[in-house]
Write a protein that binds this ligand. Structure first.
Ligand code: CAA
Length: 285
């Protein structure tokens, strides 16, 4: 029988971490959300409040359900508050050094039988896991943005992940109402390995003035039935995050498809990060 998880920690409450905390709380789990400082906590909380408002207006939640969901999340700036959780989802920015440091610290705090699930998009889960004394209990649990809406969770197993841990995390993802897929530890896993070459190619077409941003996006929406065009999707993902993912995949695969388009770097340097900064390929209110 699959292991029951009741209390879960989420470290990092950026776009993904806060979305994941919402998903976990929605399915009845007690969630402890950790951020670096009070400003980070406030951003994460505001993100969850805004997202659950959308769920409310879309009829996906009622007032009572929303209040219960919000009440199940506690916020802290101390990793030491995670001593009693059964599983930790790590969702800090995509830097191996940072993830290794966070997991190394957590290793000393969290009970040895607890599972560490990294939401990394493109780093090696194996490399992250070896920075703990429990690499057998480390898996990837990769959610998609927006996490409360998209059903996919990629469960990434390394060569040392215990088979029971994979089975338990798959059952856990199902309990969250998600559709899990299991994959070995390869750059970009399944979805990003296929998606990011396409997104990068769209930036290159735009960079070469091949078509307008609107026409590029319209082509994929109306010609291929995608819910969003590639440039609007990059704005949703965040150009900085997309760049990190491309760089990391390029480093691992040396596939030129994944060499980040120069325009991406220029936009990031100019502060155009997409929706989160109010402007990317498009402007947002
Ligand atoms: N909880 C539950 N449901 C919610 C919700 C919440 N917090 N917020 C919104 N919803 C529901 C809405 O009620 C709505 O439901 P219906 O379709 O039944 O009406 C649905 O979710 C869509 O929400 P909106 O109406 O607010 O938005 P939309 O229709 O404009 O769709 C979108 C927006 C979901 C982002 C859609 O355009 C989409 O799926 N785009 C593609 C996103 C994508 O490809 N993401 C993957 C990025 S790659 C990634 O994440 C990997 C990585 O490592 C970076």
């Amino acid at each position: 029988m699959a292991r029951e998880f009741t209390s879960v920690g989420v470290v990092g409450l950026g776009t993904m971490g806060s979305g994941i905390a919402e998903v976990l709380a929605r399915s009845g789990l007690d969630v402890v959300g950790v951020e670096l400082d009070a400003a980070g906590v406030a951003r994460g909380r505001a993100h969850i409040e805004h997202s659950t408002e959308r769920a409310l207006s879309g009829g996906k939640l009622d007032e009572g359900g929303r209040a219960e969901l919000l009440g199940r999340i506690t916020y802290t700036t101390e990793l030491s508050d995670l001593g009693d959780v059964d599983l930790v989802v790590e969702a800090v920015p995509e830097s191996l050094e940072l993830k290794a440091e966070v997991l190394g610290q957590l290793d000393k705090i969290v009970r040895p039988e607890a599972i560490f699930a990294s939401n990394t998009s493109s780093l090696s889960v194996t490399e992250i896991g070896v920075h703990t004394a429990r690499p057998g209990k480390v898996v990837g649990m990769h959610f998609f943005n927006p996490a409360p809406v998209l059903k996919l969770v990629e469960i990434v197993r390394t060569v040392v992940t215990e088979p029971d841990v994979v089975t338990d995390v798959v059952a856990f993802a199902e309990r969250l109402g998600k559709t899990p897929v299991v994959i070995g530890d390869r750059a970009g896993f399944i979805a990003n390995a296929l998606l990011f070459g396409y997104l990068n190619h769209a930036v290159r077409m735009f960079e070469q003035r091949y078509a307008t941003r609107e026409d590029l996006d319209a082509a994929m929406r109306y010609g291929c039935g995608y819910p969003m065009g590639p440039l609007a999707l990059l704005d949703l993902i965040g150009l900085d995050t997309a760049y990190e993912i491309l760089e990391s995949m390029y480093r691992q695969s040396r596939n030129r498809l994944h060499a980040p388009a120069p325009l991406l770097k220029q936009m990031i340097t100019a502060g155009l990060l997409g929706r989160k900064s109010g402007r990317g390929f498009y402007r947002y209110e």
